[in-house]
Design a protein around this ligand. Structure first.
Ligand SMILES: *Cc1c(COP(=O)(O)O)cnc(C)c1O
Length: 408
């Protein structure tokens, strides 16, 4: 198995395992396909959702493709800038922006704040006015639709913490638009992640279309609508998802009369299938029902299975052995550290290399050092060459940042 022209076995040999491996060509292809598909709806802005993969080399690839950045913290803002994204292409989302974060974003003169509540809008307006600035902003609305995804990544239901209720939006919009510190120019929404069906998105966008009519009827000026991210990707070999082209066609149809600049915040669809987590089998242990394939990657390296019961396809790097049915687990001391149960896989034995596929999004970005394991490294492949784009951080280095007070 290769990443572009580089054998995965070579990366495992030279960098060690576990390690995330990304393909530059795939990132570029996904970025191009997505941006072209959205252009069915006219001249659009696409901001990559950093939280899905904030590695600065990955960001550099995407920024060179013409993508901006959707950030949710000061740390992500700094990463976007470090990767060469210009401040005016950066959108700041997130339900808990602190005053310090908003001040930092104002100092950097980012392109847009997506305001999540009237309270936040007032705070931002005050900070901007004190600097003699007018913060470019949209109001994030919660359209109350069920995105049909996992509860932990659904964000557009009334009970979710995100945005303001769409029924309250006209009043809140009018009050915030009157504040001198804000250039409130539109609305934003993002109904969830890993969406496998366009119908809830279309329902949400249609509600936003009605809101635009209402806001304009009230004399308010709307020039921008940010439709968020959320498009899913195939995780299983036979998954069929709406393509970016189908998504773009739906958007073009629903928004044709809106007369706004459309913005998008894709994350997973750009980087999910551009990366694998490369791991080595530590050993195979007999189990009550199925053998346990114990790999050297664990829930601290790839949290999605433990967090969302997510499926990641597992495949040996060399497919030479008879198929087997196994539980695939990591070494962490929790039963939650399980990647797959009773999974039919290509056979593996001690020492074999394997990959978890579709690990480029919400993989390394969620990694931790739980169980005092090392921080997992990342590699970017480009044709026949590769580079380590995030070092493995040894457990001893992490420990080096801890202190024992002199009263102990
Ligand atoms: C997480 C997030 C995204 C990206 O979601 P994907 O499912 O990765 O496309 C976009 N916008 C906002 C506000 C988010 O929180």
């Amino acid at each position: 198995m290769f990443a572009e022209d580089v054998p995965l076995a070579r990366i495992a040999q030279e960098v060690g395992t576990p390690v995330y491996v990304y393909s530059r060509a795939t990132l570029e292809r996904h970025a191009r396909v997505f941006m072209e598909a959205m252009q069915q709806a006219g001249d659009v802005d696409v901001a990559f959702a950093l939280k899905s993969n904030p590695n600065i080399a990955v960001l550099k690839v995407l920024s060179r493709m013409g993508m901006g950045a959707d950030v949710v913290s000061s740390g992500e803002l700094d990463r976007a800038l470090a990767a060469g994204m210009t401040a005016d292409r950066i959108v700041f989302s997130g339900v808990g922006k602190t005053d310090a974060e908003m001040s930092h974003a104002l100092d950097t003169a980012i392109g847009q704040f997506n305001i999540e509540s009237e309270e936040e809008g007032r705070d931002l307006a005050a900070l901007a006015a004190a600097r003699g600035q007018r913060a470019p902003a949209t109001l994030r609305v919660n359209p109350d639709v069920d995105a049909g995804t996992h509860a932990k990544i659904s964000t557009g239901k009334a009970e979710n913490k995100f945005g303001v209720a769409i029924s309250d939006a006209p009043g809140i919009f009018a009050r915030l638009a009157a504040m001198p510190g804000l250039n409130l120019r539109g609305v934003a929404l993002h109904i969830g992640s890993l969406i496998a069906d366009l119908a809830p998105m279309e329902a949400a966008f249609t509600r936003v279309g009605r809101l635009l009519v209402e806001l304009r009827a009230a004399g308010l000026t709307i020039t921008h609508v940010d439709l968020g991210g959320g498009l899913g990707v195939p995780y299983r070999p036979h998954d069929v998802l709406p393509s970016p082209f189908e998504y773009g066609a739906m958007v073009a149809r629903v928004t044709q009369d809106w007369d706004v600049k459309l913005m998008f915040e894709p994350g997973r669809v750009i980087c999910g299938n551009a990366g694998v987590l490369l791991t080595r089998v530590i050993r195979v242990k007999p189990g009550a029902t199925h053998p346990f394939v114990i790999v050297d990657a664990a829930m601290n390296d790839l949290a999605r299975p433990a967090l969302y019961d997510a499926y990641h396809h597992f495949e040996p790097v060399v497919a030479s052995r008879a198929a087997m049915t196994a539980n695939i687990v990591g070494p962490v001391c929790e039963s939650g550290d399980t990647f797959a149960t009773a999974r039919e896989i290509g056979g593996v034995v001690q020492g074999d290399l394997a990959v978890f596929r579709t690990a480029g999004a919400y993989g390394a970005t969620m990694a931790s050092t739980y169980n005092s394991r090392a921080m997992v490294p990342e590699v970017l492949v480009d044709g026949a060459r590769y580079a380590v784009v995030a070092d493995r951080i040894a457990a001893s280095t992490i420990m080096g940042a801890e202190r024992v007070p002199d009263w102990l």
